[in-house]
Structure formats: structure tokens, C-alpha cells
Design a binder for this molecule. Structure first.
Ligand code: BGC
Length: 519
């Protein structure tokens, strides 16, 4: 690695350069990759509650739903077939992210984004025009492939483009776009549910083409990251790109570090086999546990089932959809808090505060349900409690929106060395998709069995994940992405996995500050 620079815990090595207008806009455009994921999260829950949609494609489900007269608020109608339809997208995304890993590594991050945008666009068209279940499912598989490609490449792209000291802020643009997509979808659900004539669902599904078109056109104009250019042997282009995105000619230090990382990377022929090596144990652990924990916060219970949950609490149809819009707006606005604080406060503080906030609000939600509905689920949910319920759901969503939401994408994208970055990110995406699928599939059945206790169940997980962060996640703010190995080396637990040979500091003056407390 290049000489002279100092890597300090917390403050990090500083390369010359500023946040240029060019890099800012590039990151904004790339972040729109999150729109397609968010739009789908928001739209599917709305569409599958529309009677006209069910009558047309799932008549049996529709009939059974109408026949269901149970008074038990915990056991709302649950069709595994219908949830499988919704979650088929996540399975497709899970598989696609592995293919995306090869494209992202061999051809560059933007080709994965472009591929993702185009596939999603075709999927949206097929879904909007669907005449039968086959078309619907084919459309959803294509949407899933699009999401798999975009989620695999966009966070990496953002983390590589951004200057280290603003990496958190620029990367969280991705989560901001996810939440924008969800909110737009919530609003569209609210509007299309009122359409008489039974074609409202078509509008919602077809409008997915809008975010897809934005992503596709955006990807056409995006430049490649310097890291990826060097990795693919285009050194001169990489230098030009670095000058452009950093707004200075003084880029040699950073360039040399990128070249060193790329040399390392070339020694690795099989990233999939390599990632299991002992020296990558910390990164592999994070690539699996961070997305797993992100889903075990229970966030998608709210994202997918908020209207149903509110309906079960005696909210009217309109009020339920409106409440979903409110939580969607809170989710988006609260993301800004992390954008503005993540590079100052750091990742750990946000994780810990968000965890505590989710824990308390989930506890209150569970208890409100226990008091009003009891264990039978046949109690009544008084109006006075309704406001409190929405309030605590909002407090919970806020906590997620400035912690596990954005950081669940940021942290994995910034901790892998170049040689396993693409493979590592695929693991992150696929674990995320797998558990999104599991929660979507199992939640209604679990609510029926665990009753209000389901919220205590998620509380338990939040305690575990918060303790995990406190003990095992080092602070990564401001540390250049290709220097991250030093952070593991300075950690009280992970240092045992990193030998001195694994750190190729060359002439770099490495000064690890206060390893244990800071990390
Ligand atoms: C998660 C999604 C979730 C969304 C909510 C994302 O970070 O991956 O599963 O629905 O945040 O904002």
C-alpha cells in the first residue's frame, strides 16, 4: 500500500480530495437502484388484499377468505399459496444475487445495475398485463432477478465511489430510495384501492415500470468505480476516474492502495472457496448475521402486514391503508437522521440506539395487544388505544430507519476486501432475501399461535442482535474501504483470525489507536 498515510481507529486514513458534484450525482443516480426493491415491498402487500385481484387470480383463496368468520383477531385469514406468490420474488432474488456476483466482478458494477433495471422493467410489464397466474409468476420471477442484481451491485458501487469520510452518507442513499419506493407504493395502494371496476391492482403492478425505467436509464450513464476498473485491468481509466470523482490530481496515494488491493484480488481465483478461509471469518460472519438480524427485527411484519394488522385492531379499510402511509412516511423521513449522523456518530452508536428504541416500542406494542385483545384475541381494541398503537409502531419504524435498515446494507458493503467483495455481497443479499421470505411466509401463522407474544419474540431477537453489535462489530466510520483489515486486526475478538502476513501495509504508517474500546 502507498506510503505516508496514517490509519487511525475512529478517524481513519485521509486521502486528498473533496465531495465533488460529479460523485454526488453519480451516487444519487446509482442509489435509485433501491427504488425497485422498495416499490415491490410496498405494492405486493396492498395488491394481495384487493378482492378484485384475488377473484381474478386466486378464486379459491378469495372464497375461503370470504367464508372466514373467525372472531379471533390474532388469526386472520392466512393462505400459504398467496404468501408464496408474494415471496417468490425473494427466492428469485436470492438465486439471482449469486449470478450477479460474477457479472459484478467480471464486467463491473454498472452492468449488474443495468441488467437489474431491464429485467425489472420486463417483469413490471408482464405483471401489469397479466391474464393468468402463469404470467403473474413469470413477472414476479423477473422482478426478483432485477432486485437480486440491483441489491448486489448498488451498495458496492456506492461504497467504492464515495470518499471514506462520507461513505456512510452516500451509501445510505440506497436505503433512502428503498424507503421512497415503499412510500410511493403505499400511496399508490391507497389511491388504487378506491378504483371501482376491479383494475386498481393492474395500475399498482404496472407502475413498477417507472422506478425500473429510472434505474435502467440511470445505469446507462453511470461510470464504473475505480476499484472495478483496476480490477479489470483499465488502469489509466481508473486514474482518470479517481481524479474526476475526488476533484484533485493528487490521487496517487489512493490509486496505489487500490492497485495493491487489486493485486491481492488477482491471487484469488475462486472467491467462493476463498471466503471460507480463516482470515475472512469476521467478514463472513457479518455477511451472514447482519442480514439475518436485520430481518429478525421484524420490520417486514410492519412493511408487509401493517394494513392487515391495523384492520385486525378494528381500524376501517381506509384507516388501515392510511396508517400504512403514515408508517411509510416516518420510515423515509427518519432515514435522513442516519444520513446526517452515520459518518459522525459512527455505525455502532446508531445500531445500539436503534436497537434500544425498537426493543422498547415492540414491548409496548405487544403489551397494548395483551391488554386489549387478551389471549383469546376476541377482545375489543378501544379507539383510545388505536392512537397509541400507531404512535409506537412509528417509534419502532423510526428506530429501524436509522439503524438496522440503512446499516444492514452499508456495513456489509464496506467490510469485504476486493477479492471477496462481490461474493460477500451476494451472501449478504441472499441471506437477507431468504429471511425476508421466511418472515413473510410464517408471520400470520406465528401471530395466530404466539398471539401478542410475537412482539416479545422479536424483542428477544433485538436483545441478541444489540449485544452482538456491542461485542463484535468494530467501528468502520471513516476507514478507507481497502484498509478495513486493520480494523479487524485491532478488534479484541477478531484479531485472532488475522495474522500479520494478512496485512500488507507496505510503507504505510499504521497507527491503531485504542483497539478495544473504540472498536
Ligand atoms: C430491508 C427491507 C425492509 C426495508 C424497510 C430494508 O433495509 O432490507 O427488508 O423492508 O428496509 O425500509
Amino acid at each position: 500500500m502507498a506510503g505516508g498515510a496514517i490509519v487511525q481507529s475512529g478517524s481513519g486514513k485521509e486521502y486528498p480530495g473533496n465531495l465533488t458534484v460529479f460523485v454526488f450525482f453519480t451516487c444519487v443516480v446509482a442509489a435509485t437502484g433501491g427504488l425497485i426493491f422498495g416499490y415491490d415491498i410496498g405494492i405486493s402487500g396492498g395488491v394481495t388484499t384487493m378482492d378484485s385481484f384475488l377473484e381474478e387470480f386466486f378464486p379459491d383463496v378469495y372464497r375461503n377468505k370470504k367464508r372466514d368468520t373467525s372472531n379471533n383477531k390474532y388469526c386472520t385469514f392466512d393462505s400459504q399459496l398467496l404468501t408464496t406468490f408474494t415471496s417468490s420474488l425473494y427466492l428469485a432474488a436470492l438465486i439471482a444475487s449469486f449470478f450477479a456476483s460474477t457479472v459484478t466482478r467480471a464486467f463491473g458494477r454498472r452492468w449488474s445495475m443495468l441488467g437489474g433495471g431491464i429485467t425489472f422493467l420486463v417483469g413490471a410489464a408482464i405483471n401489469g398485463a397479466a391474464q393468468n397466474v402463469l404470467m403473474l409468476i413469470l413477472g414476479r420471477i423477473l422482478l426478483g432477478i432485477g432486485v437480486g442484481f440491483a441489491n448486489q451491485s448498488v451498495p458496492l458501487y456506492l461504497s467504492e465511489m464515495a470518499p471514506a469520510r462520507l461513505r456512510g452518507m452516500l451509501n445510505i442513499g440506497f436505503q433512502l430510495m428503498i424507503t421512497t419506493g415503499i412510500l410511493c407504493a403505499d400511496l399508490i395502494n391507497y389511491g388504487t384501492a378506491k378504483i371501482k371496476g376491479g383494475w386498481g391492482w393492474r395500475v399498482g403492478l404496472a407502475l413498477a415500470a417507472v422506478p425500473a425505467a429510472i434505474v435502467t436509464v440511470g445505469a446507462l450513464f453511470l461510470p464504473d468505480t475505480p476499484n472495478s476498473l483496476i480490477e479489470r485491468g483499465h488502469s489509466e481509466q481508473a486514474k482518470r476516474m479517481l481524479r474526476r470523482i475526488r476533484g484533485t490530481d493528487d490521487i496517487l496515494d489512493e490509486y496505489d492502495d487500490l492497485v495493491a488491493a487489486s493485486e491481492e484480488s488477482k491471487l484469488v481465483k475462486h472467491p467462493w472457496a476463498n471466503i471460507t478461509q480463516r482470515k475472512y471469518r469476521p467478514q463472513l460472519t457479518m455477511a451472514i448475521l447482519i442480514p439475518f438480524f436485520q430481518q429478525l427485527t421484524g420490520i417486514n411484519v410492519i412493511m408487509f402486514y401493517a394494513p392487515e394488522l391495523f384492520k385486525a385492531m378494528d381500524f376501517g379499510d381506509d384507516a388501515s391503508l392510511m396508517s400504512a402511509v403514515i408508517t411509510g412516511a416516518v420510515n423515509m423521513v427518519a432515514t435522513f437522521v442516519s444520513i446526517f449522523t452515520v459518518d459522525k456518530l459512527g455505525r455502532r452508536k446508531l445500531f445500539l440506539e436503534g436497537g434500544l428504541q425498537m426493543l422498547t416500542s415492540q414491548f409496548v406494542i405487544g403489551t397494548l395487544m395483551a391488554i386489549t385483545l387478551g389471549t383469546s384475541g376476541e377482545g375489543h381494541f378501544p379507539k383510545t388505544y388505536a392512537g397509541f398503537l400507531v404512535l409506537f409502531v412509528c417509534i419502532y419504524v423510526m428506530g429501524f430507519a436509522w439503524s438496522w435498515g440503512p446499516l444492514g446494507w452499508l456495513v456489509p458493503s464496506e467490510i469485504f476486501p476486493l477479492e471477496i467483495r462481490s461474493a460477500g455481497q451476494s451472501i449478504n443479499v441472499s441471506v437477507n432475501m431468504l429471511f425476508t421470505f421466511v418472515i413473510a411466509q410464517a408471520f400470520l401463522a406465528m401471530l395466530c399461535r404466539f398471539k401478542f407474544g410475537i412482539f416479545y419474540f422479536f424483542c428477544g431477537w433485538v436483545v441478541i442482535m444489540t449485544a452482538f453489535i456491542a461485542l463484535f462489530l468494530p467501528e468502520t466510520k471513516n476507514v478507507p474501504i481497502e484498509e478495513m483489515v486493520l480494523v479487524w486486526k485491532g478488534h479484541w475478538f477478531w484479531s485472532r483470525f488475522i495474522s500479520d502476513d494478512d496485512i500488507h501495509v507496505g510503507t504505510t504508517n499504521v497507527e491503531m489507536g485504542k483497539p478495544n474500546s473504540e472498536f
